[in-house]
Design a protein. Sequence first.
Length: 342
Amino acid sequence: MSYQPVSFHPAPVTAAAAPAADTWPVDAVLALFELPFNELLYRAQQVHREHFDPAEVELATLLSIKTGGCPEDCGYCPQAARYDTGVTAQKILPLDTVLQAAREAKSHGATRFCMGAAWRSPKDHDLEQVEQMVREVKALGLETCATLGMLGEGQAQRLKQAGLDYYNHNLDTAPEFYENIITTRDYQQRLNTLGQVRGAGIKVCCGGIVGMGESRLQRAGLIAQLANMDPYPESVPVNHLVQVEGTPLHGIDPLDPLEFGRTIAVARITMPKARVRLSAGRRQMGEAVQAMCFMAGANSIFYGDKLLTTGNPEVEQDQALLAKLGMRARSGAVDARCEVSS
Ligand code: SF4
């Protein structure tokens, strides 16, 4: 079957961002998933090489500025207050602590710094504190990004005025599977926030999580939603579920690693110029699966031994892996977003 996009999308969720002129029907995305594995990876490599240096990878760092105690019910998330996961709710970090972390990130070569907060949506006084962080981090000469949950009217503009460069807000999964994972906010609310971010002129980081019990068709549905945004996100984090004890998704059947690789390849083909980020779950993958994902077109990873709350490979391990693969960090651009959605 053809993998070319066609200009008809059969069942889109009404998006705040209108569909692109060339859109990806879910069945065309599914056809990509169903290609012979080597054919899929070959095509993904071809697309990747048209737009990126295949030896280059973007490194990411992430700071949780407000951990735990979240009122939402995302079934994968250890920060949801309703699940007993051992994550202790903390107040927002003081500005000095954030700046210290930002300086440290910069001293390790970072040019961008991401702040993640476990909120349903930021209240006005929360946003004031984040605006201050954004201004001060920006003053250090770093690019800024944030993941703070749903944004209300005018909040994206405020963040933009404070100097925010990127905002992360993930779709998580396909619209058809969404209610199995989250019930405290709906898909359209996510799309609305993304529309506000775009409307304010902030770059979009948006992806999802696979391995949550969704079908291949539903994985294709997620990718179609992302690829059909106009424009599609600059950054697409593809998270592999990290099963955390105490969350509803703990104990489900794990996703086949080859299927994860297929998801990366399909994201690369459908969103050729996006940074496709290997996000949560990398520690569980091992080197061979990560190498396969780079072959499939991933060109960004999280860097550092902790994400928002879950573990990540040690920096030295990552450096050794990149050296083994003959890959190098993208110079002057340490990116930082998107472990999970907020
Ligand atoms: S993913 Fe974000 S919104 Fe959902 S429970 Fe976790 S912190 Fe809250």
